[in-house]
Design a protein around this ligand. Structure first.
Ligand SMILES: [Zn+2]
Ligand SMILES: [Zn+2]
Length: 902
């Protein structure tokens, strides 16, 4: 036996001892603590109100009341067979206690049971005890859809009786009237009798069925009491807490011939804990459900072992579930909020908790006395506000990955600056105040659940609108469209989706604000490792102000590999807008499916289909020259965005429309019948040729509110030319910007425009007003010259990291140690260094200052880098907790600017 197996054996033994102990003396254990254990905000002065709230249930016969607790199961999702409105049968019907056996469709008003839709079919299966159980249903034979209407009624009835039990508990607590307690005790006794006979059911949309296995662990959408990480019957546990000390338990126990408390704890509550303990979902976005419930259950039945396990699972979510910058691993602001909301609730269930005297946890050797969960979790504070960095100026979350549109998570801002989540992989270039705030977000994260295939997606907010949106989350059948690569603003290679797993992007450069100009470049090659021979997938964004009110965004997307490159954009998804190209477009193609490709109309959220079938009513042109496309608003024709495209290669321009999805409604307010009611413009610029195809898509995005401000955008030649080098000229009145972008590295070759502007470096911007240079910016460059020149000693610093130190590990600083010679003091303050780890991935870190230490340079960072480096081994302290072998090298790209900004 290995040491690990041996330890495991010991744990199992500890378990057995505990459970045997619980079985024999568990109830005495429960009654050793004063009930109610938890605080239910019971207000003695509201006794009358509590009594009034239970009048209906008190007026029922006991038998009638007990019929509200299911004998076998309930159905979560049920569609209206008359209209199929709403989303996947999720919360379709209204129900009232006045007519407890009826359901009314909130979309068409049809009332069930209904003779037009008789439940003449039956589904039969077995519970764990081998007993046969049947559920009747109405079958829509045309669609092949089953409607378990009468079992869906039990969802509502069950919800009502749970709520009543808690109300009865409150009435009992304030009046001491045993009649109230008796009602709760009866319901709990029925639960104790029925729970062991409940079958394990899968409870998904159009997926109500007996599970093959009736044993724990239950799948995430399955259970006996629960159907979604909620096997612990929390409300019943709370009700038990409120009436636990009632003599009605003893009275009923005498009638029944068994100890009702003991049966409830041993046949219901403890098995639900076992189901949670066996579940693989201890680190996930649902920590507020079962894990919080396990802690509460442990406290109420005085079982400290449960509390210790639950707290351990809560802690694991903090330790394993968040990136170093505080972002939840799924990278969706919505799921971040849900997770920390759940954690907050979960921690509140153990805050101030003390173990019973003498208790020591058999697994950890610890005991809790007046537990302060946050003392052990300094990272908690950083997690709280992390994703607000992704919020638009109006305070709404950017719809990254599965994030519901319109979720307002922070107050409206008056000013916007650039921000970044460097560990997660998302940068936001920002500028402007009031109605002129502008934000361009570049996404380059990996895919760790609830993700979209969206590496290097651009989304743009300007003039009060998400003009180039990431559509976001939907619970409708259109979900795959919002997840697919084509549903984003990026380059789709060979008409296929990016890969999900192990697709983390890499930051190449980030300059949040260099005399008004902001820059980010990221690499997303891992997202297309499914395409053989791909060796470039990289996007550069440069935000350049023209006035206080206006700025344009230069967007250079370089791709090499595959044979079809579709550079694509969504128009506004919230308001009706019109796409108009400067080229005469021809034809009206139904969709972008090719001959022989089949269309399968989606009907369920999980359905997959060919994303190109969602680009509809398309007209086309071919061009080898520059062109532009305008997206303007129907309600406000003076507002919009002009997308100037500059091509070195002949391209096909396809302009059509796609379902905007957002306006179908969010969450359960959605209606799947509206799939094709709302549209957004969809632009596709296609470059195709033999593999490995190389493209440099160069665009200038010009968002405007009252009038456009760019007069001309043109591509200019560079000598020597290079596949990856591009020069662009943007004319706004008497101001002319020349921008040169390369992939050059030191020693940078000199590249010269036909009118004599020369540059050595990676990104150079020259601004001329009335023919005179008034501003120069270099990013990772050494010399830019026109009528005058700007030079820098270094375009970048580079070196290797010898070791790392962290404040959290007891060091004085969060810092890297290098023998590279870097300028001391604050000269590099606010500059972003890019570290390439042994596994090839890069991350960005903001420098605070540089100090000399024992002949080496200490690069002190502005926050925790989250790395432990021992020789050639690097370990991530935060998610994704990788261990990487090899040297950590770095570059520090530098910016130099001399400018007069209008
Ligand atoms: Zn209906
Ligand atoms: Zn998306």
């Amino acid at each position: 036996m290995t040491e690990r197996q041996c330890k495991l054996g010991l744990h199992v033994m500890a378990w057995l001892i505990l459970l045997v102990g619980a079985g024999s003396s568990g109830i005495a254990q429960t009654l050793e603590v004063k009930h109610p254990v938890l605080d239910y905000q019971i207000d003695q002065a509201r006794a009358g109100e509590y009594e009034k709230a239970v009048e209906t249930v008190m007026a029922m016969s006991e038998e009638e009341m007990l019929s509200f607790l299911p004998d076998h199961a309930f159905v979560r999702f049920c569609e209206c067979p008359n209209c199929y409105g709403g989303v996947e049968g999720n919360s379709i019907f209204t129900w009232t206690i006045d007519r407890p056996d009826e359901l009314t469709c909130r979309f068409c008003g049809t009332v069930y049971p209904n003779e037009k839709y008789p439940e003449t079919h039956v589904m039969t299966g077995h519970n764990k005890l081998g007993e046969e159980i049947s559920f009747p249903y109405y079958l829509n034979e045309e669609l092949g859809v089953a409607h378990f209407l009468s079992t869906h009624v039990m969802l509502h009835k069950r919800g009502w009786i749970q709520q009543q039990c808690q109300a009865l508990g409150k009435a009992y607590q304030t009046t001491g009237d045993e009649r109230y307690a008796r009602r709760v005790v009866l319901v709990l006794d029925k639960l104790a009798q029925r729970y062991p006979r409940y079958p394990v059911m899968q409870n998904g949309p159009r997926l109500f069925r007996f599970r093959e296995s009736q044993d724990i662990p239950y799948a995430w959408d399955s259970g006996k009491w629960g159907d979604f990480h909620n096997e612990i019957p929390k409300s019943m546990v709370y009700s038990y807490d409120m009436v636990c000390e009632s003599p009605e338990f003893d009275r009923l126990s005498r009638d029944r011939g068994y100890d009702v408390r003991e049966k409830l704890e041993n046949d219901v509550f403890r098995p639900t804990f076992d189901a949670i303990a066996a579940s693989p979902y201890h680190v996930g976005n649902v920590v507020g459900y079962d894990i919080a419930g396990a802690a509460e259950l442990g406290r109420i039945i005085n079982e400290p072992y449960f509390v210790h396990r639950a707290f351990g699972w809560m802690k694991r979510n903090i330790d394993e579930g968040f990136y170093a910058d505080g972002m939840w691993k799924e990278g969706s602001p919505a799921y971040h909020s849900m997770t920390i909301g759940g954690l907050r609730l979960a921690f509140s269930t153990v805050e101030g908790y003390s173990d019973p005297p003498g208790y020591v946890d058999p697994e950890t050797g610890q005991r809790f006395d007046n537990l302060d969960p946050f003392l052990q979790l300094p990272f908690w504070a950083k997690i709280q506000s992390a994703p607000y960095m992704l919020d638009w100026p109006n305070g709404r979350s950017a719809c990254v990955h599965d994030t519901h549109p319109y979720a307002k998570t922070s107050p409206q801002r008056n000013a916007t600056t650039s921000t970044i989540m460097p560990a997660f992989g998302h940068a936001s270039l920002g500028r402007g105040i009031g109605g002129d705030q502008m934000q361009a977000q570049l996404h380059f994260s990996g895919a760790y659940g609830h993700h979209h295939f969206d590496n290097l997606n651009l989304s743009l907010y300007a003039k009060g609108n998400e003009m180039l949106p990431d559509v976001g989350y939907t619970w409708t059948q259109m979900r795959y469209w919002t997840v697919s690569s084509l549903g984003h603003n990026l380059v789709v290679v060979d008409r296929t989706d990016q890969v999900g797993g192990d697709s983390d992007g890499d930051l190449m450069a980030y300059f949040p604000d260099t005399s008004g100009v902001s820059v980010v470049e990221a690499d997303g090659i891992n997202a297309y490792k499914n395409i053989e021979g791909m060796d470039q997938y990289r996007r550069l964004l440069v935000m350049v102000p023209v006035s206080d009110a206006d700025a344009y965004l230069l967007d250079v997307f370089r791709v090499r590999g595959g044979q079809i490159h579709d550079w694509t954009l969504n128009g506004d998804a919230d308001e009706d807008s019109i796409g108009q190209a400067s080229l005469p477009l021809q034809g009206n193609r139904e969709w972008m499916l090719e001959e022989g490709e089949e269309w399968e109309e989606p009907t369920m959220e999980g359905d997959r289909f060919h994303a190109y079938g969602m680009v509809r009513d398309v007209a086309q042109a071919e061009t080898g020259g520059d062109f532009h496309v305008d997206f303007t608003y129907e309600e406000d024709r003076d507002k919009g965005i002009r997308v100037h495209m500059l091509n070195a290669d002949p391209v096909e321009v396809w302009l059509g429309r796609s379902p905007s999805v957002r306006r179908m409604g969010v969450g359960t307010a959605g209606d799947m019948r509206k799939a094709y009611d709302f549209w957004m413009p969809k632009l596709l610029v296609r470059h195709q040729s033999a593999a490995p195809l190389h493209s440099v898509f160069t665009a200038v995005h010009e968002p405007y509110a009252e009038q456009r401000f760019i007069d001309r955008v043109e591509r200019i030649d560079l000598t020597p030319a290079d596949d990856d080098a591009v020069a662009v000229r943007i004319t706004c009145g008497n101001t002319v910007d020349t921008i040169i972008s390369t992939q050059d590295a030191p020693p940078y070759p000199e590249r010269v425009t036909s009118d004599g502007i020369s540059f050595r470096g990676r990104l150079g911007i020259l601004r001329q007003v009335d023919g005179k240079s008034t501003g120069m910016w270099m990013f990772d460059g050494e010399k830019l010259s026109a009528d005058w020149a700007m030079e820098a000693d270094h375009g970048q610093f580079e070196g290797t990291i010898e070791s790392a130190m962290r404040v959290d590990d007891g060091a004085e600083h969060d810092a890297f140690v290098t023998d590279a010679q870097l300028p001391e003091g604050g000269l590099l303050h606010g500059v972003w260094m890019i570290v390439r780890h042994g596994n090839g991935h890069t991350h960005g870190y903001e420098i605070d200052r540089v100090e000399q230490r024992d002949g080496k340079c200490l690069v002190i960072l502005s926050s925790d880098h989250g790395l432990r480096i021992e020789g050639d081994n690097t370990e991530e302290v935060y998610f994704p907790l990788r261990k990487m072998e090899g040297v950590n090298s770095f570059v520090i790209p530098l910016a130099t600017a001399m400018s007069y900004l209008p």
